[in-house]
Write a protein that binds this ligand. Structure first.
Ligand SMILES: Nc1ncnc2c1ncn2[C@@H]1O[C@H](COP(=O)(O)OP(=O)(O)OP(=O)(O)O)[C@@H](O)[C@H]1O
Length: 307
């Protein structure tokens, strides 16, 4: 006995996933396949359905339609052995405050013994950088330490697939960096596959090989950070002063536009600037428009920018 049985095939296979709360459609046909290994980040504006998606994949929420396989099993019918192959770190987890960190891990590790060889508590505390806090009560840990303990609980059974829902919300920059180092360490170990949700594009770019953007009920962008950034950067904004007045022009071919401008301006153009849209620009504008209630228009513009 060691790790849960290795799984052959995509660790997540979702097709036409739909979710409706009352009369509100949150997921309207989500398709997704994730192969084993590496970190995938699921991004999207508030209320886009990230947590809903993750909870369906974890088997905590019944879907309205579509087909879902996680580690080869439909989460709606996952048994204990299947669940033991998953690691779950929820957005908030506030129980167990009186337990000491090491005792808590030892206790939870017992649950996994029929299915895998769980981490020993001390080894795991070391891995997540909490060895000095081993004897401390959970309620006395800082926010960042608490989150690392959450991750320790999530990975204690050596899961093949780890879900992290907004793992660094509320972190200061130092805690965030330490957490990112921990995620890198986990993917180096045992090839754990990680799916995390975040609001933060910068975090997604740092951690993930693959970024998925969820908006308007489906995945509207899917690719490596580089690929998405290159796609978003095709439009450029050219700014200049002419006769003391600011002029702005958006173009797909800034070089050609500037050549034409300078050939005909008679020397009146000054302060010329070319600003290439970054992935961040495209994403922030998506989020702002989404939050202003212009979801559909926002999705169309973003798709055009990253197609
Ligand atoms: N149990 C529920 N009953 C009714 N509506 C719900 C329920 N859970 C979520 N919703 C709604 O579904 C939408 C998606 O919520 P969800 O939490 O999945 O989004 P999210 O992308 O994770 O958001 P955030 O980034 O704010 O965490 C929201 O409009 C939310 O209000």
């Amino acid at each position: 006995m060691g790790h849960p049985p290795a799984f052959d095939g995509p660790v997540i296979a979702v097709s036409d996933l739909r979710m409706r709360y009352g009369d509100k459609d949150v997921l309207t046909g989500l398709d997704l396949e994730i192969e084993s290994g590496g970190v995938t980040a699921l991004l999207g504006p508030n209320g886009a359905g990230k947590t809903t998606t993750i909870e369906i994949l974890e088997g905590f929420r019944a879907r309205s339609g579509g087909s879902v396989k996680v580690l080869g099993t439909d989460p709606a019918h996952g048994d204990e052995r299947w669940r033991a192959g998953l690691g779950v770190v929820l957005q908030e987890w506030r129980d167990n405050g009186k337990w000491r960190a090491r005792d808590l891990l030892q206790h939870f590790g017992e649950y996994y013994k029929p299915y895998s060889e769980p981490w020993g508590a001390d080894e795991l505390l070391d891995l997540v950088g909490l060895a000095p806090q081993a004897g401390q009560r959970v309620q006395t840990l800082s926010g960042g330490q608490r989150r690392r303990l959450d991750v320790a609980l999530g990975i204690i059974g050596r899961p093949g697939l780890l879900f992290l829902d907004e793992p660094t919300t509320g972190f200061d920059p130092h805690a965030r960096r330490e957490f990112h180092e921990l995620i890198h360490r986990l993917t180096d170990l045992d090839g754990t596959t990680i799916l995390l949700t975040t609001h933060d594009l910068d975090e997604a770019e740092k951690l993930a090989e693959r970024i998925l953007i969820l908006a308007g009920g489906r995945i509207i962008a899917d690719g490596s950070p580089d690929k998405l950034a290159r796609a978003a950067a095709t439009t450029a904004e050219v700014k200049w002063l002419q006769d003391g007045r600011l002029q702005i022009h958006a173009t797909d071919d800034a070089t050609d536009f500037v050549r034409g401008l300078l050939a005909t301006d008679g020397g009146t153009v000054t302060d010329l600037e070319v600003h290439r849209a970054s992935l961040e620009d495209a994403y922030l504008s998506l989020v702002a428009r989404f939050e202003a209630g212009q979801a559909e228009a926002a999705v169309d513009t973003f798709k055009e920018a990253t197609a």
